[in-house]
Design a protein around this ligand. Structure first.
Ligand SMILES: [Zn+2]
Length: 294
């Protein structure tokens, strides 16, 4: 048994960077973490607990991410190419002093992901892809600002979208909201994911299993991996100071997906039926969570 935390001076400044004394800051927190660990639960390492300065930095980054998506919401229209969305995102991000996180990320060629209809995620903007009446599209924006990362996505319905697709988009949003409601400190990520999954299943939909959310803030993709087809009581403990995304990919048909072999990025549903996704980035608080980016 390690007793390193107990040996930390109670009156020394807390490891979290708050400037407060350890005994008045994270001492009780560390004890709770240690007890959970002794019970065999997965607990977050300290590097995943954001300091007040980190949270401030993520908030600043988030302001850009939200403004970019607000601008996309204003401009997006039938007849526009997804490359035009890319230009809007790229220019708006730069104009606010940010860097689009997707650009050159592991070779991704554009500043945003635009995923249409049966595309689940990682759609690549292109001049030849024109938004048509009846399309549904996910626009996934991620920003780096002064070293801090923000990440969120929204769905847009173009013109006369069929009632079936409209309902999918609405339920996908409800699934994300169900996730937000179920971020409860000292509960498990698996509890949250199970609640999201149950809501999708209740509506006759499935949730993609292989791709999930992620920690986000000091890096684009941090631990933990966040699934939405999980079992209650499993996964990492959600504790105050963690920041991660809630972004279930909800399919109208089956949950099977495949990757585009030609571009190596775009994920589509195996059965060709539509998929929808909304993404927020949340901070776990003492009482629930705060949505930082939407
Ligand atoms: Zn502290």
């Amino acid at each position: 048994m390690k007793l390193t935390n107990a040996k930390l001076d109670r009156n020394a400044p807390c490891w979290c960077g708050s400037g407060r004394k350890y005994k008045q800051c994270h001492m009780a927190f560390d004890e709770k973490i240690r007890m959970a660990e002794l019970k065999g639960h997965e607990v977050p390492p300290r590097r995943l607990i954001k300091s007040p300065a980190d949270i401030e930095g993520i908030r600043e980054s988030a302001k850009i991410n939200i403004a970019v998506l607000d601008l996309v919401a204003e401009k997006i229209s039938i007849g526009m190419s997804t490359e035009e969305i890319n230009r809007i995102v790229h220019e708006k991000t730069l104009s606010m002093g940010g860097i689009p996180a997707p650009l050159n990320y592991e070779g991704f060629p554009k500043s945003v992901c635009t995923s249409l209809n049966e595309e689940v995620c990682h759609g690549i903007p292109d001049d030849s892809i024109i938004l048509k009446d009846g399309d549904i599209i996910n626009v996934d924006v991620s920003t780096i600002y002064k070293g801090y990362f923000s990440d969120s996505s929204r769905m847009f319905c173009m013109g006369n979208v069929s009632p079936e697709k409209k309902r999918l988009v609405e339920v996908a949003r409800e699934c994300m909201e169900e996730g937000i409601k179920n971020v409860i400190p000292w509960h498990f990520l698996g509890d949250m994911g199970a609640a999201v999954h149950a809501h999708a299943l209740k509506n006759g939909y499935t949730v993609v299993r292989q791709i999930g959310g992620h920690g986000c803030g000091k890096e684009f993709h941090e631990d933990p991996w966040v699934g939405y087809t999980t079992s209650p009581g499993t996964g990492m403990l959600m504790v105050p100071g963690m920041v991660f995304t809630i972004e279930p990919m909800v399919n109208m048909g089956g949950d099977a997906i495949y990757e585009d072999e030609d571009n190596g990025w775009t994920i589509r549903t195996e059965d060709g039926k539509p998929s929808a996704q909304w993404e927020v980035q949340v901070l776990v608080t003492e009482t629930g969570c705060e949505v930082l980016t939407w």
